[in-house]
Design a protein around this ligand. Structure first.
Ligand code: A2P
Length: 350
């Protein structure tokens, strides 16, 4: 069996670090790893299993060096500049940014949902948006069974999805609150209105807040995150005209995204059938026992690679309507483990 050479670009970032953790767990037939980041991290030590590697600065020649595969998680600009160089040099890139996701010749892959699209790649494969990945894992089997007519997404997204700067904003907000803790003002409406520290990522403090604003605003009033969920869902489910709307919200949770998804089907369904379809779905765990107050929450889902579905119930306000609650570790299934699964699909097992 061939042993492969793999690059991880953005190896020092939140997703890059998780990719390295997942690669170490999966033990793929890779004989050579090279870890890249920006000049800021060049020379830093990075632990991979029992070994310590030195991080290399990415430059225009870095990926011309006989790489078989590269996992990119270094933002859209870096991907646009360096992924084509890698692909031209025979390397297959799996990119976590949104730069290439909607290109016709770039497959957008969730291995449980559309693995057959992988073979259509021309050197670049896109990892979908974190919120889209977890949603389509639950939606695809439901679409196969009952034909989805319309989707309404409402998300509750963790700060880890905004990278290390997003995590710092929540950490700094908590520290500031604890330092200035005043029992008499514990529920003061003025609390945390402004930040006494430098916000690195968000426009407003994320601690004690919910921000209905992820990525930049478009002229039509939607955010790019909402647009990504809509367009990527259509592409992955191969339903270009599907009616979808979305509201994406950043919440003060460190890790794991939650989504309330309202679905309208063309076909009638029994709730029991929905449970059975979801229980059979690859990569999905149904955790739903409302009588015992059992449902998926970020703190129990973080660290898992599966997508958890709870609160499965009929929407009585429309015909053939369903509500579900979908939770997944956005850094694992929403990014790193999905990318590594794509890699596993590319590597012949024989
Ligand atoms: P660095 O740590 O050197 O800045 P996050 O979004 O979690 O902060 O991670 C972003 C990742 O992308 C980091 O590993 C970061 O490296 C990397 N990165 C950012 N810009 C570049 C670039 N121009 N070339 C290579 N890696 C980059």
């Amino acid at each position: 069996m061939k042993n492969y050479k793999l690059a991880v670009v953005g190896a020092t970032g939140v997703v890059g670090q998780k990719m390295i953790e997942v690669l170490n767990e999966r033990k793929l037939p890779i004989s050579e790893y090279v870890f890249f980041a920006s000049c800021r991290s060049a020379g830093k030590s990075l632990r991979f299993g029992d070994d310590v590697y030195s991080v290399k600065e990415l430059n225009e020649d870095s990926l011309k060096d006989n790489f078989d595969f590269a996992l990119f998680s270094a933002g859209g600009e870096t991907a646009l500049k360096y992924a084509p160089i890698a692909a031209e040099n025979g390397c297959v890139v799996i990119d976590n940014s949104s730069a290439f996701r909607m290109y016709d010749d770039v497959p957008l892959i969730v291995p449980e949902v559309n693995p057959d699209d992988i073979t259509k790649h021309k050197g670049i494969i896109a990892n979908p948006n974190c919120s889209t990945i977890q949603a389509v894992c639950a939606l695809k089997p439901l679409d196969d069974a009952f034909k989805i007519k319309r989707i309404v997404y409402s998300t509750y997204q963790a700060v880890s999805g905004a990278g290390s700067k997003g995590i710092h904003d929540l950490e700094n907000g908590i520290k500031d609150y604890c330092q200035n803790f005043d029992e008499e003002k514990i529920s003061d409406s003025e609390c945390c209105k402004t930040a006494n520290y430098t916000l690195e990522k968000f426009k407003y403090p994320i601690f004690n807040n919910c921000l209905p604003h992820i990525d930049s605003f478009l002229d039509n009033g939607y955010t790019k995150e909402e647009e990504k969920m809509i367009n990527e869902t259509r592409k992955i489910l191969r339903k270009p005209g599907l009616a979808i709307t979305a509201t994406t919200v950043r919440v003060p949770v460190f890790n794991s995204h939650c989504e309330s998804i309202n679905i309208e089907f063309e076909k009638e369904f029994e709730l029991e059938e929905v449970f059975n379809v979801l229980k059979e779905a690859p990569g999905v765990i149904v955790e739903d026992d409302f009588q015992n107050e059992l449902y998926a929450i970020p703190t129990s889902v973080s660290g898992h690679n599966e997508v958890f579905v709870s609160r499965i119930r009929r929407d009585f306000s429309i015909e053939n309507g369903l509500n579900i609650w979908v939770v997944a570790d956005n850094i694992r299934k929403g990014a790193a483990s999905n990318a590594v699964q794509i890699l596993e699909n590319l590597i012949p097992t024989a």
